[in-house]
Design a protein around this ligand. Sequence first.
Ligand code: FNR
Length: 191
Amino acid sequence: MVKLLFLAGSKRKESLNKKLALHASKLAADMNVEATFIDLADFDMPILCEDLEAEHGMPENAQKLKQLFNDHDGFFIASPEYNSSFSALLKNSLDWVTRPSPEAEPKWVPFKGKVAAISGVSPGGLGALRGLVPLRMYLGNIGVHVVPTQAAISNGFTAFNEEGALAHEPQIAMFNAVLHDLINTTRKMNA
Ligand code: FNR
């Protein structure tokens, strides 16, 4: 069974993107996937600075996050759009994961050969679409195979039903296609 990690680039309590990542993890679990949802609020990490690293090494939470990426075959990110890019929280978290961690296995970047899908939700009309462009580029540059299918969920405040699932077509179909692409590609790469 393939193992996928689900996370959002927001730690806000009422985050729309956390909602999307959680929804995705539930859909994946119904598709015979070992799905793990994580909240970056539980991995409160300092802003990366090489002085800090030199003095204290990799923070324990960064090691834990790195281990989680290492233990999964792929991942899904629901990414909020901040000024046409992805959030500093997401960048900082992923940057920490790319750092060497002599104290913990694995010793180097756990992203190589992993599969990912990205999507986003925003209250506006573009559904975080513009932030997905730099996120896709960043992930590609650290060795991740990012599937081409993605979903930008607009009008986020009315996009979900009370159970936290997407409520409207065509967003449901668009989002399900992303998950199918992620799961099928991960299965093929792990066959
Ligand atoms: C935003 N927001 C936003 N929305 C958007 O569609 N395009 C944008 O460029 C921006 N820029 C932006 C910058 C900053 C600094 C903040 C804090 C917010 C609004 C954003 O989409 C909205 O707050 C989402 O609800 C954030 O995602 P979560 O926290 O709900 O997952």
